[in-house]
Design a protein around this ligand. Structure first.
Ligand code: HEM
Length: 148
């Protein structure tokens, strides 16, 4: 179990870069198409879909640690006494779960836009907000930036 925990922790740590970069590529496409001269389906839709899938995978890894693998959160959850909320037991999962909802709501809102300019504008706003939530939820100062 400990070995699995170690591998999932490494994967969760490094996959953050895939998620964050996929988000940036999505935003770059949205920005480039704001004038409405490019079709969203031609360039923006694919990275946006990948951004959503990458975040789904990251959430799956995170939830598996939170509920089963991580000694830190499983011990905290099993404790009978009420403890002060900590970054990894409350803030990080709550913010990231919010981002998980936000990325799927963004996809739905972007899909429903009526013109190419509107697709790009909505993508920039809603995927942008999702990306900021992710950036705020990553434990930058608490943990290493890469793991091997
Ligand atoms: C609901 C979703 C998520 C849950 C429940 C979750 C849960 C966790 C837990 C429990 C830890 C600490 C594990 C330990 O040290 O034993 C952790 C660490 C971490 N999480 Fe998440 N996570 C989620 C989503 C995300 C997302 C979306 C990202 C970034 C895109 C992310 C990035 C990280 C990073 C960078 C660490 C530190 C890893 C390290 O120690 O190197 N998490 N997460």
């Amino acid at each position: 179990m400990l070995t699995l925990y170690r591998w999932v922790l490494i994967a969760h740590s490094d996959w953050r870069w895939v998620v964050l970069i996929a988000g940036l590529v999505t935003l770059a496409h949205a920005l480039a198409g704001l004038s409405g001269e490019r079709a969203w389906a031609a360039g923006g839709a694919k990275p946006a879909r990948f951004f959503g899938v990458a975040l789904d995978i990251q959430v799956l890894l995170g939830v598996s640690m939170y509920l089963i693998l991580s000694p830190m959160t499983t011990v905290a959850l099993a404790a009978t006494t009420m403890k002060l909320p900590s970054f990894f037991t409350v803030y990080h999962p709550a913010l990231m779960f919010g981002a998980f909802i936000a990325v799927h709501v963004s996809a739905s809102l972007v899909r429903r836009a009526r013109s190419d300019a509107a697709h790009h504008r909505r993508a920039l706003i809603f995927y942008g907000l999702t990306w900021l939530m992710l950036l705020a939820g990553v434990p930058w100062g608490l943990r290493p930036w890469v793991r091997f």
